[in-house]
Design a protein around this ligand. Structure first.
Ligand code: 13P
Ligand code: SF4
Length: 302
């Protein structure tokens, strides 16, 4: 592993490349990553970098967002099959049908969506700024897609805004049931429950904290509590165990894994850099339209 890590580092230097990695990635990827974080942080890094090549250790919509934000850079996704099941739940036609049912209502799309979908929405959001973005629209009704659970969590938090949701979801987070949380909590009554907002709203309602992947990690690190039940993909739990060996982290259920996030290996990163594969391209007009949706988000949540 040390050998391939060194080879990747050498290639990065030679090609003036950066590696962005999502928190759910396999731990060995951290050894070569320049930036590790949640979707918002990685979008910001993609927009700011002066590297010539961005290798995105994550899923397709993240690499596509990076390409839209940095159209002059070469953006590479090491595994071309690394998609996001939630992003695939809505296409342009489905979006248009959804919007047609509610004319005149502003539309917020979660960053877990395609460029086509972003190109016809008013503003984008991530799990870490969804409340702020919805509020910024100053509307008593908003359309929210594709994630019904994030949308309904926002509605529950903001109280006076009706959030009309599309019926998409993340199959990984939907798998967490309120009963799973209660069972683990019964065995660990002092543990705080930390949850990603892609979980069901009944799960969010049982939680001490709901937030993005880095939000969960920050909360656990800063909290004086000693035990935490983690309701998100296993990558976050593994990171916390490594970073805070004196605290106890308990999975809300076993094997909460996003296969798309976990399919990228160091060998794939090496091949990506060496062969400059798999390059993400976004057609210019589409890219410009999707950029406006992402830029508005970055402007609101500076
Ligand atoms: P974050 O923005 O919280 O990292 O979430 C991205 C994601 O896909 C979670 O499933
Ligand atoms: Fe998509 Fe869910 Fe995987 Fe996140 S965990 S990338 S939302 S499928």
């Amino acid at each position: 592993m040390a050998e391939i890590t060194e080879k990747i580092k050498r290639l990065k230097k030679e090609k003036n490349a950066v590696i962005l990695a999502h928190c759910y990635q396999n731990p060995e990827i951290d050894e070569v990553a320049d930036f590790v974080g949640d979707s918002l942080y990685l979008s910001r890094m993609a927009a700011q970098t002066d590297a010539d090549i961005i290798v995105f250790a994550g899923v397709y919509f993240m690499a596509q967002t990076a390409k839209i934000l940095s159209p002059d850079k070469k953006v590479l996704l090491p595994r071309k099959e690394a998609g996001c099941a939630m992003a695939d739940m809505i296409n342009l036609e489905q979006l248009r049908n959804f919007k047609a049912q509610y004319p005149g209502i502003p539309t917020v799309c979660y960053i877990n969506s395609t460029a086509e979908v972003k190109s016809e929405c008013d503003i984008c959001c991530t799990s870490s700024n969804a409340l702020q973005i919805v509020k910024s629209l100053n509307s008593d009704k908003v359309l929210f897609l594709p994630d019904q659970y994030l949308g309904k969590w926002v509605e529950a938090k903001l109280k006076n805004i009706e959030v009309i949701t599309y019926d998409g979801c993340c199959p990984v987070h939907r798998n967490v049931l309120p009963d799973d949380v209660l069972k683990v909590k019964n065995l660990n009554p002092d543990a705080k429950i930390l949850t990603h907002p892609e979980c069901r709203k009944e799960v969010a309602a049982l939680s001490d904290y709901v937030g993005s992947t880095t939000g969960i990690m920050k909360y656990a690190k800063e909290s004086s509590a000693e035990a935490f039940i983690i309701a998100t993909e296993k990558g976050v739990l593994d990171r916390l165990k490594r970073d805070c060996p004196n605290k106890k982290f308990i999975p809300v259920k076993d094997n909460l894994l996003c296969e798309s996030m976990k399919c990228t290996r160091l060998e794939d990163i090496y091949d990506a850099l060496n062969n400059e594969q798999y390059e993400i391209t976004v057609e210019k007009t589409l890219s410009a339209k999707a950029l406006s949706c992402i830029d508005k988000m970055l402007e609101v949540s500076k």
